[in-house]
Design a protein around this ligand. Structure first.
Ligand code: GLU
Length: 467
């Protein structure tokens, strides 16, 4: 049992069989935040023993996703494949101590045992044929067969824990049959590797998805047989899609890096993911530091969280708005370049300062920045006919003539707009819209004085002359 005096050690233990998806990222985030909150240690352990499904690309994708989210491990990455000797040694110790035994039942025989149990209306299980007991005579060892190693699981009583998320959970030991911990070729099995590593890494708190609840009693019984401390466990419910169904590719069961590509900021992602299954009062927006300061496992939710793309956009918009203009300009520049825009011809910092309040993603910001960085898209003939009427052109001509000689600042441009309105007895839209159509090719832009300032004197005068 861990206590307040033992330093907190948590781990994120992904299987590298795919990218870092949202569920995994959230588990990593909770484990990281828990360790940080208690001044503990966060460990990354790659569970790569499933050789058929694990790939180096997936390992890279996981490391990349964690780095993007800023979830830096204090120890690791460790790789289970590098611990094989240790697992084998622990299996040997357990055989020597009698907490594990060789089982020569063939897979077909084990299948039959399961069938028999099922026919009797029981849970399918290994029947204990090779389980040594005092006074029991074991069958003759078949010469043509290599044994598996089974854990001698306690048969009486119950195994339980107080889950940090779900509260008390108990399994009758009679439900747990003797788990295979090593295969005929000696390779250790999944639950066993987890146990040995959690023990060796002195893990005090395990936060993971609730798809692992059924593994936990098995892991606890093995830890106890080893005389190892049992960590605290917290099983986090899964993330559901906006439709209440299992999260699918369509709405988020994708790599966190796709959110990077789509223009989400890692700070926004961390904030949003933290709120999926954890809360601090009604706070929706909080910094990484606040998350760490507030992260309290008592406020992990027992019920499944629902993925809400609209809310993610709202959170992202907040972080975009909050970003330093210069940093934002740097982040958005490559996205403008991909669109064929030229980020040199304007002051990009000024552009993002003007546009960032309306963007939900960096992609949207890049798109709107094309007004300044992209090639000029003249207005359609319909817009021209509607807004650049004879009288409107006269006003624009007057505006252009005066604009040629003013200092090119937003303040001066704003004053010129106002004086032109006064001179011609017009209301704001009667000048602002023709100006927009003439210089931007559209009726919708941010504040016209700001747009004119950023476009620059020569561009504006050129476009007005052609209007
Ligand atoms: N490797 C497991 C997974 O990716 C996690 C194991 C654990 O956290 O105990 O689902």
């Amino acid at each position: 049992m861990s206590s307040a005096s033992i330093p907190v050690r948590t781990r994120f233990a992904p299987s590298p069989t795919g990218f870092l998806h949202l569920g995994g990222a959230r588990t990593a985030l909770f484990s990281w935040a828990y360790a940080r909150h208690f001044g503990g240690t966060f460990i990354l352990r790659v569970e790569d023993t499933d050789l058929e499904r694990s790939t180096p690309e997936a390992v890279q994708a996981i490391l990349e996703g964690m780095a993007w989210l800023g979830l830096t491990p204090d120890e690791g990455p460790f790789y289970q494949m590098q611990h094989m000797d240790r697992y084998r040694a622990v299996v040997a110790d357990m055989l020597a101590q009698g907490t594990a035994y060789h089982c020569y039942s063939s897979p077909a025989e084990v299948d039959e045992m399961r069938e028999r149990a099922r026919a009797l209306g029981q849970k399918p299980r290994y029947d204990g044929t090779w389980r040594p007991e005092p006074g029991k005579t074991l069958p003759a060892i078949p010469s043509d067969r290599k044994p598996v190693v089974r854990f001698k699981s306690p048969q009486d009583g119950a195994t339980g824990w107080v889950d940090m998320v779900k509260g008390p959970i108990t399994f009758d030991n009679s439900e747990l049959d003797d788990l295979v911990i090593a295969r005929p070729d000696g390779t250790p099995t999944y639950n066993f590797c987890v146990v040995v590593d959690d023990w060796d890494m002195r893990i005090t708190h395990v936060l993971r998805g609730d798809d692992h609840v059924n593994n936990t009693p098995r892991q606890i019984t093995i830890l106890r047989a080893l005389g190892a401390p049992v960590p605290e466990y917290g099983h986090v419910p899964m993330i559901l899609g906006p439709d209440g169904e299992k999260l699918s590719k369509r709405h988020g069961a994708v790599s966190v890096m796709e959110y990077d590509r789509d223009g989400y900021l890692p700070e926004a992602m961390v904030n949003y993911l933290a709120r999926l299954g954890w809360s601090h009062g009604d706070d929706e927006l909080f910094s990484r530091e606040q998350l760490v300061a507030w992260f309290d496992p008592q406020h992990l939710s027992k019920s499944a969280a629902q993925w809400d793309p609209k809310k993610l956009n709202w959170v992202n918009a907040h972080y975009i708005k909050q970003s330093e203009d210069a940093a934002l300009a740097q982040a958005v520049a490559p996205r403008i370049a991909v669109r064929g825009g030229d980020t040199q011809k304007v002051d990009l910092t000024q552009v993002v300062a003007l546009l960032k309040d309306r963007a939900e993603t960096l992609e949207q910001l890049a798109e709107s920045a094309m007004l300044f960085c992209g090639a000029f898209q003249p207005a359609t003939p319909e817009l021209v006919a509607q807004h650049l009427t004879g009288p409107a052109r006269l006003v624009l001509k007057d505006f252009a003539a005066q604009a040629a000689s003013i200092e090119w600042t937003r303040t001066a441009l704003s004053a010129l707009v106002k004086s032109t309105l006064a001179t011609h007895g017009l209301k704001m839209p009667q000048l602002a819209i023709p100006l927009r159509v003439a210089v931007a090719g559209t009726t919708q832009t941010p504040a016209i004085d700001a747009v004119l300032e950023i476009l620059g004197k020569s561009t504006v005068l050129e476009r007005l002359a052609l209007a």
